[in-house]
Design a protein around this ligand. Structure first.
Ligand code: ATR
Length: 480
């Protein structure tokens, strides 16, 4: 089940939240502690106002809630709310058997026995979950992974407790994969928010249902993803999941925040992942774990696509292909014979290689000239410092911006001071924002522009083919 955590402070606003999210959810959690005091008193009427099963929760401050009542008052409030037809009630692990539990059992309300750890994963998590489930209740552990190793540990614990009715929540950004793959973890439900997250790392109900189709995941679902740090801002989940939906392919693609590539490979084995995308800063770091690499990866020295092959992982590069597609005609027609590439970092490697591979004369400009020199030597091209940019005005057909300068949120800066003549093609590989300062300058001069979003889409399309064996469906493009 996808369960919406209601964040309203009145019953009416909570109902509204359910209405807005009704198409995406199977249950809702009424957080009594977030309601105004007079509304709390009327909570028993809530379940009959909606058609979804409702969990009753009155979360204490120390467990991440707002309730400051004494335990006695808290029990009273829960008892009176239980007059209503709640499907579940959340009772914390340390609360002794009491009248709330008794009333719930009498009424056939299922008990969720919960514990929270906002600092990490407790060493005794396994035995605690097991113990909580012993009386036939649903055990709920909301804990905080801080590393990819922690996330792997959570998945392993979930597997060991396969037959135990439970909910395992990974709070914060590191826990997002186990929130999305809740069915793989054997959790009864996952908690979602309607917009703003109520708890750290929550994913919206709409994304869980429509983007990830988290409730459709089954034994046969192929798992794909993207690794990076940071990674949660990327558009790749949108591109790939929309593609899967359009061709009815049973697969899911999700973001993995990673701090250690070696351990991620262990997680990928554990989840039987079929492939994943690689973004900054791991495009080099993955190389040593690959059993097979393509010619492009070998020559570029960076890998952005990893696919499973029998007994090994294979690394490929679709960045160079994605970069080339929008300007391929111009290169083939001879319109682009020379290029200035601004930047000599990771992103520049694939760009320079792609251009050189097509016979374009390239000059690399970089703030740190040593890096430009190194990349230029590998790819047999020229190099210079950024300060000399004006030397190349009017002398090149294409200017490519590959640095991180101008990236959201610092979008009003450009790495070079360059006067375009208007004849150049200007290409910025930054896709957020679409229109960078660099491109604005080029537009003013009347240049043809190419955007990072074009490269992103084209590299994603080829990646989709490598992942699935199918062309990227046209129908999916309309939804992007
Ligand atoms: P990525 O993998 O995103 O390319 P990177 O390898 O750190 O990241 O490279 C970033 C690129 O942006 C480099 O070319 C870097 O120039 P330096 O090699 O001199 O560091 C460039 N860059 C970053 N900040 C810059 C700035 N403020 N001005 C000019 N260039 C900058």
């Amino acid at each position: 089940m996808i369960c919406l955590t209601l964040s309203g402070n009145t019953l009416a606003s909570c109902l509204d939240e359910i209405k807005q999210n009704r198409a995406y959810i199977d249950a809702a959690e009424l957080r009594l502690d977030l309601l105004q005091e007079e509304e709390q008193q009327k909570a028993s009427s809530f379940p009959s106002m909606t058609d979804v099963p409702v969990i009753l929760t009155l979360r204490r401050k120390e467990d991440g809630g707002q309730c400051m009542l004494s335990e006695k008052e808290r029990r009273q409030l829960l008892l009176s709310a239980l007059d209503g037809d709640f499907a579940y009630v959340d009772i914390e692990e340390d609360v002794k058997r009491n009248d709330v539990e008794q009333k719930a059992r009498e009424k056939g309300v299922r008990i969720i026995r919960s514990f929270h750890d906002f600092s990490g994963i407790p060493d005794d998590i396994y035995s605690r979950i097991y113990r909580l489930s012993e009386r036939g209740d649903i055990a709920k552990a909301a804990v905080t992974p801080h590393t990819i190793q922690d996330l792997l540990t959570l998945f392993r614990i979930a597997e060991e407790l396969k037959d135990v009715p439970k909910i395992i929540i990974g709070m914060g950004d590191w826990g997002i994969p186990i929130r999305i793959l809740y069915k793989k973890a054997g959790s009864l439900l996952t908690f979602a928010c309607s917009g703003e997250a109520v708890a750290p790392g929550q994913v919206s109900a709409k994304d869980l249902k429509m983007l990830y189709r988290a409730d459709q995941v089954n034994e046969r679902t192929g798992i794909y993803g993207i690794i990076g740090n940071p990674v949660l801002h990327t558009s790749s989940p949108l591109i790939h999941n929309m593609g899967f939906h359009a061709i009815n392919y049973n697969a899911i693609y999700l973001p993995f925040l990673v701090d250690n590539v070696r351990i991620f490979f262990a997680l990928a084995e554990y989840l039987k992942m079929r492939g994943f995308s690689v973004t900054i800063p791991f495009k080099d770091a993955v190389l040593m774990y690959l059993g097979n690499i393509s010619r492009e990866v070998k020559q570029i020295g960076a890998c952005n696509t990893v696919v499973r092959m029998p007994g090994m992982w294979k690394g490929l590069n679709t960045d160079y292909y994605g970069f080339l597609q929008p300007i391929l005609k111009d290169i083939d027609s001879g319109r682009v014979r020379s290029a200035l590439v601004v930047g000599a970092g990771g992103a520049s490697q694939a760009v320079v290689w792609a251009l050189r591979n097509r016979g374009v004369k390239v000059t690399i400009l970089n703030r740190t000239v040593g890096r430009a020199e190194k990349l230029a030597k590998i790819n047999l091209c020229e190099y210079d410092t950024l300060d000399n940019a004006s030397k190349y005005e009017g002398k090149v057909d294409l200017v490519v911006q590959t640095t991180s300068v101008g990236l959201y949120p610092d979008f009003d800066i450009s790495p070079i001071d360059f006067h375009f003549t208007g004849r150049e093609i200007a290409y910025d590989i930054i896709y957020k924002p679409r229109m960078t300062k660099f491109l604005k300058e080029a537009e003013k001069a009347g240049c043809t522009l190419h955007y990072g979003s074009e490269m992103l889409m084209d590299q994603g399309k080829l990646q989709f083919e490598l992942f699935t064996g199918y062309h990227y469906p046209k129908e999916a493009l309309q939804n992007l």
